[in-house]
Design a protein around this ligand. Structure first.
Ligand SMILES: Nc1ncnc2c1ncn2[C@@H]1O[C@H](COP(=O)(O)OP(=O)(O)OP(=O)(O)O)[C@@H](O)[C@H]1O
Ligand SMILES: [Mg+2]
Length: 260
């Protein structure tokens, strides 16, 4: 059996920091010389662009890998970050919900596609903001889920539904699926609302929430327009440093999960 850990970064709510977390956590782990692959499963293709590539239309991409038209190994591209590769997104992903609606076991396509992918320590799947077949495929193929939660009003809207979906996937398709953690994003220490949301999420989900919270930092939205993860765009920024810390915490949690 392969030791590759597969993480879905998921929350059906839009704009909560899924892509930012995928790209920057993956980059921080790659900087620690882990071999990491990002699979951009969002038709928006933001993760693809954030690591300096173009969203594809046709050719070899996450859509053709998912549907089995090409072997996933043939759809992998190198990024400018050593140890970090990506399977870019394609607009064709938009059609997956309809295309796979009538096939048998449509939730298992990605799992099958990733079956013999053994040369990575970590795979990060950037999910779209919806619980359709793309997210289902990601969760069925994954060992773990990381849930970004934005420190804003209605932060938990969507999380309850996601937890139900995860539960259903565990029962029917992927019993080993585990929530690795919840990461609080866009935390603003000057805002009482942001602090109170962070406090509420921590008191409700307790140890599931990573200690590291990602602050609101202008360098983070700037970085993708330069086609770079924030660690390469401005390593010293608090945004970059928070993802370095989060990577350390993820690895620490990995060790404690492994030990029992
Ligand atoms: N810590 C942060 N500080 C400031 N801006 C941030 C931070 N994290 C994310 N952003 C910005 O917020 C927006 C939404 O983030 P992101 O694209 O990562 O969310 P998402 O959950 O992937 O969105 P979608 O649901 O559309 O896929 C982006 O413009 C991003 O650059
Ligand atoms: Mg996104």
């Amino acid at each position: 059996m392969s030791n590759t850990r597969i993480f879905s970064i998921s929350n059906q709510k839009g704009g909560v920091g899924k892509t930012t977390t995928t790209v920057n956590l993956a980059t921080a782990l790659a900087a620690l010389e882990k071999n990491v692959l990002i699979i951009d499963l969002d038709p928006q293709g933001n993760a693809t662009v954030s690591v300096g590539l173009k969203r594809l239309q046709g050719g070899k991409n996450s859509y053709t890998a998912l549907t089995g038209r090409y072997h996933v190994m043939d759809c992998i591209q190198k990024t400018l970050v050593p140890h970090l590769d990506v399977v870019p997104a394609s607009q064709e992903l938009l059609g997956v919900d309809i295309e796979l609606a009538d096939v048998e076991q449509p939730q298992f396509f990605l799992k099958k596609a990733l079956g013999d992918l053994t040369n990575y320590d970590y795979v990060f799947i950037d999910c779209p903001p919806a619980v359709g077949l793309l997210t289902m495929n990601a969760l069925v193929a994954s060992t773990n889920v990381i849930i970004p939660v934005q420190c804003e009003y209605l932060a938990l809207e969507g999380v309850a539904d996601l937890l139900k979906t995860i539960d259903r996937i565990k029962r029917h398709f992927n019993p080993a699926l585990t929530i690795h953690g919840i990461v609080l994003t866009m935390f603003d220490g000057r805002s009482n609302l942001s602090k109170s949301v962070a406090h509420d999420v921590r008191s409700y989900f307790k140890d599931l929430v990573y200690e590291t919270q990602i602050p609101r930092n202008v360098r983070i939205p700037e970085a993708p327009s330069h086609g770079k993860p924030v660690m390469l765009y401005d390593f010293r920024s608090v945004g970059a440093q928070s993802y370095v810390r989060l990577a350390g915490e993820v690895l620490k949690r990995e060790r404690s999960l492994l030990n029992g």
